[in-house]
Write a protein that binds this ligand. Structure first.
Ligand SMILES: [Zn+2]
Length: 176
């Protein structure tokens, strides 16, 4: 994981995307604090929000694929204030055309992940099956997703950050 950045620093984004992303992060957090569940906001290439805030459950949120295809970045909240999950990394790598993912914890900590040229190069050599075969088998004990207070959560989050680094994602933690 990269070092802590100044609050509000959303690198890699255009000015319009940055503005909408800040608004989206605030909306996601407000929605999450009200419901206790995850919610998702999609940002289009023009920097505008695609459709409304998509409600999810306590541990996940699944957007409609048609909406995903119209967007380049996603924002969601983590009620337990966990860092990015393994599923989050896999989503950014394989499930869509997104370049960026923003995860806001209910404690105000923001996690940002962006693809780099290194990620694109890595994706020419590795498939989703490779990851399940190699990483998951080798690190099986580390891929456990537990409650935020679970001591294994820290091991899990470190493993996810290590994996994100390996695939060239620019992964940052932004303190409120
Ligand atoms: Zn997540």
């Amino acid at each position: 994981m990269g070092g802590s950045q100044p609050a509000g620093e959303l690198i890699h984004l255009s000015k319009g995307q940055r503005r909408q992303t800040r608004i989206g992060i605030a909306e996601c957090l407000a929605h999450g604090l009200k419901t206790g569940n995850e919610a998702l906001i999609l940002i289009g290439a023009d920097g505008k929000k695609v459709d409304g805030t998509i409600p999810g459950s306590k541990y996940s949120v699944n957007p409609d694929d048609e909406l995903v295809q119209k967007s380049v970045a996603s924002i969601h909240n983590h009620p337990g204030s966990r860092p990015c999950s393994f599923a989050d990394v896999m989503y950014l790598l394989f499930e869509n055309k997104h370049e960026h993912m923003f995860v806001i914890g209910h404690n105000g900590t923001l996690y940002t992940m962006s693809r780099t040229n290194e990620t694109k190069e890595w994706l020419t050599r590795w498939t989703m099956k490779d990851i399940w075969d190699e990483h998951l088998r080798l690190n099986k004990h580390q891929w456990r997703h537990g409650p935020a207070e679970d001591p294994l959560q820290l091991v899990y989050s470190k493993a996810v950050a290590g994996f994100a680094e390996e695939v060239g994602l620019d992964y940052r933690e932004v303190q409120p």
